[in-house]
Ligand binder design. Structure first.
Ligand code: KG4
Ligand code: ZN
Length: 346
């Protein structure tokens, strides 16, 4: 019955969770609102906020689980990938606890943990399964053979899906992070009104940068063309009016294209591998259009589909705890000298 305290601090969420025997007992997340005014995460501010939050957040997670530090069997933390300053805060905190309590330390790969968030609640996917992980920094299709054996079989060659949402929203004049706002406006709009192109990328890789460029030209022309044409450039006033009058349809059309790019590659991956258990993961899996299209596609194609509960889609320590649980079972602990890393191999 291993009991694990896990810490996540890879980006701008400070989170701690307790898991006992594969069940997540608590998952406490402190969001950092300081970044909103800058239109994106400011790494130095993120590290400072982690330092302020980490002790109370860990305390809350333990209290909510009804577990004392002495009752833990291991301390886990996100080692990579992420913002290095942010990772170091969680890493140092976890190491200090492991040292002072004389407990083993478990290092977790953040992207592998997003995938294993699908093993937190029932029903769970059967191995091997495919996971489409879509976040602000990553877009990957992962083939997961066991909790400790997985590999990336497709990924973005430029922007991540979350960036595609956020950058599109920025072009529309919406605040950061714009993904949830596009989702909100898209609910009222017609996804077939505007046709943004689908990139032709070989294999299972994704690309979103062409979509961003066509949205930019489309807005510069106030909807007259998807390519750059000097003769139809709109004035800033015409452009603002066009966005204001058509916001819902523009958002619905952008969202529909992002979803079709994602799901077409996932369908291809399922067909090529013959795997029928398919999962979503990452912050963008909060998108209502993606959730619905994923579930409907799965029902049509005979997939078993899985989406983690919302609290386990965005960055959270619950997913670090469940990953650490499986590593603990296989004896995968690390020495206190282990380093955090902004980039990571699989
Ligand atoms: O996984 P995550 O919480 O953080 C990392 O990037 O690791 O993902 C954040 C991303 C942001 O780009 C945000 O705009 C996007 O997820 N996002 C959404 C929605 N909720 C969050 N994108 C579209 N629709 C949503 N409802
Ligand atoms: Zn993440």
């Amino acid at each position: 019955m291993p009991t694990i305290l896990a810490i996540e601090s890879s980006c701008d969420e400070t989170s701690a969770a307790v898991c006992r025997d594969g069940k997540v007992l608590s998952n406490f997340i402190a969001n950092q609102t300081v970044h909103e005014q800058y239109g994106g995460v400011v790494p130095e501010l993120a590290s400072r906020a982690h330092i302020q939050h980490i002790v109370p957040v860990a305390d809350q997670a333990l209290k909510k689980a009804g577990i004392s530090l002495d009752e833990t069997d291991a301390i886990a933390f996100t080692q990579s990938p992420g913002l290095i300053g942010s990772l170091l805060v969680g890493g140092q905190f976890a190491k200090s606890l492991a040292l002072s309590l004389n407990k083993p330390l478990i290092a977790v790969h953040h992207m592998q943990a997003h995938v294993l968030a699908n093993l937190i609640d029932d029903p769970k996917p059967a191995f091997p399964f495919l996971c489409l992980t879509v976040s602000g920094g990553h877009t990957q299709i992962v083939l997961c053979e066991s909790p400790t054996r997985m590999r990336v079989i497709g990924e973005t060659i430029d922007d991540a899906a979350g960036e595609a949402f956020d950058k599109s929203a920025k072009l529309l004049g919406l605040p950061y992070p714009g993904g949830p706002l596009i989702d909100k406006y898209a609910k009222e709009g017609n996804p077939d009104r505007f046709h943004f192109p689908e990139p032709k990328i070989p294999g299972l890789d994704f690309s979103f940068s062409g979509l961003k460029t066509s949205i930019l030209y489309f807005l510069q022309n106030a909807g007259k063309s998807l390519a750059y044409k000097e003769e139809v450039l709109a004035t800033p006033e015409e452009r603002d009016l066009f966005v204001k009058e058509n916001l819902a349809d523009i958002c619905a059309s952008i969202q529909a294209r992002i979803i079709s790019i994602l799901l077409n590659k996932l369908k291809q991956a399922a067909a090529e591998t013959g795997i029928r258990d398919l999962c979503l993961a990452g912050g963008v899996s909060a998108n209502s259009g993606l959730r619905q299209a994923f579930t409907e596609t799965g029902a049509r194609l005979g997939w078993n589909t899985f989406i983690p509960a919302f609290q386990y889609c965005t960055d959270n320590a619950g997913m670090i705890a469940i990953t650490a649980y499986y590593k603990y079972l296989e004896g995968q602990t690390v020495p206190l000298t282990v380093s955090s890393s902004a980039r990571a191999e699989w």
